[in-house]
Write a protein that binds this ligand. Structure first.
Ligand code: UDP
Length: 383
């Protein structure tokens, strides 16, 4: 296939990401598979990205993740500078068949500003948009922009203008979801893990409270705001509390962290992350938001770890209750489900992931969407 795609991963983290990094993980998983299918990929990200691609565009030498902690207008400023660079590059060439954009809202608006002469755009929605219809409210008409979700439930909750321009959803994937028969490198341990940003929506406070009440060992892995290691957070002092996730951690999670039954280990990456997940009795998602895509859910299954979760967002699409996990609408029941998760079969989790969530499955689906978007006539994004 001769198709050249400009993949816009944004200015926040390098691709692949050093540890935490939802969008960057998606791009790092998708691009190698697209290239196997003959797609030429021009990556727009930051200079420190190491993902092999055909060409690269960057404005910032390294990831601007720290800027996300600054006031909103400064965040937008960084995003806009990155996007201006992408648009400059697009205007200077005519070989880009399609832009696959992953930069929220601002990205879509900037692509829209290219007008009907710009290349068609497929914008992947990564967020739960029900609460933020205003993010997509400032778009020009007449552009060839379509959107896709990362789950059916995310799309169902998206503002109508987006739904009307959607071409479907593609579940997230992970390179871990390839070989159902491989032997796990680590034995199952006794711990349960919550892997993800420490954030009220991810519900680490609930998980930690239940661990203490019910008495199961719990490892919390993930960054607290911009702080990846407990020592860095401790060294940051009171100023760190300006960050809402830091406040959430100190006020609602830390009281349950005793360093023994409940531990916060900071961001985990690479082999350490995989072993922590693979060795867990369950991966717990005590969600308080409508999880839009759930990379960490798919990663857990791929490593043979059953998922225990509040049945919100995409979880019912990803988990088959009684086979690959246990879901509930009653938060208080989660603790009992963690204990029951030991009865589920790790091989069944791996088999499901290796059939449904492989990078190859994701790439094939995206190539189908690229073709669909290229065939569509220009149409205003907002009615
Ligand atoms: N992650 C990681 N180390 C951590 C915490 C998270 O590598 O300590 C990764 C995790 O494995 C997943 C991604 O960050 O690939 C988070 O994506 P997800 O869709 O689960 O959550 P969100 O994008 O909402 O943060």
């Amino acid at each position: 296939m001769s198709l050249t795609v400009l993949m816009n991963a944004g200015p926040w983290l390098s691709v692949p990401p050093p540890g935490y990094g939802g969008i960057e993980n998606v791009v790092a998983t998708l691009v190698p598979e697209l290239r196997k299918l003959g797609v030429r990929v021009v990556l727009a990200s930051v200079e420190t990205s190491t993902l092999p691609v055909d060409e690269r565009i960057w404005v910032f030498p390294d990831g601007q993740f720290h800027a996300l902690q600054r006031p909103y207008n400064q965040v937008c400023g960084v995003s806009q500078a990155h996007l201006d660079g992408v648009v400059r590059a697009l205007r200077a060439r005519d070989d880009i068949d399609l832009v696959h954009d992953h930069v929220e809202a601002v990205g879509l608006a900037t692509m829209a500003a290219m007008g009907p002469d710009g290349p068609p755009v497929l914008h992947t929605l990564h967020w739960d948009l029900a609460k933020h219809p205003e993010l997509y409210g400032n778009l020009d008409g007449g552009v060839r922009v379509r959107v896709n979700g990362v789950s059916a439930s995310q799309l169902a909750r998206a503002p109508r203008a987006l739904r009307e321009h959607s071409v479907g959803h593609v579940h997230l994937s992970t390179p871990l979801a390839v070989d159902a028969d491989r032997r796990p490198r680590v034995e199952k341990g006794d711990h349960t893990v919550i892997l993800g940003r420490i954030n009220p929506g991810k519900g680490q406070d609930l998980g930690a409270r239940l661990a203490r009440q019910v008495g199961f060992p719990l490892v919390l892995a993930g960054p607290v705001g911009p702080y990846h290691r407990p020592a860095d957070l401790a060294a940051a002092g009171d100023e760190a509390r300006q960050n809402p996730d830091v406040r959430f951690f100190y006020d609602h999670v830390a009281p349950y962290v005793d360093g023994d039954l409940v531990r916060w280990v900071g961001t985990v990456a690479g082999r350490e992350r995989d072993d922590l997940l693979a060795g867990a009795r369950a991966a717990l998602f005590p969600l308080r938001w409508e999880e839009p895509g759930g990379t960490a859910v798919v990663e857990a299954l791929s490593l043979g770890t059953p998922v225990v979760a509040v049945a919100r967002g995409c979880l019912p699409e990803l988990i088959e209750p009684g086979r690959t996990g246990l879901l509930t609408t009653d938060e208080e029941e989660l603790g009992d489900l963690v204990l029951a998760a030991g009865l589920l079969d790790p091989d069944e989790c791996r088999r499901t992931a290796a059939a449904r969530f492989t990078p190859a499955v994701m790439a094939e689906r995206y190539v189908g969407l690229y073709e669909q978007v290229r065939r569509l006539a220009p149409r205003p994004l907002l009615p």
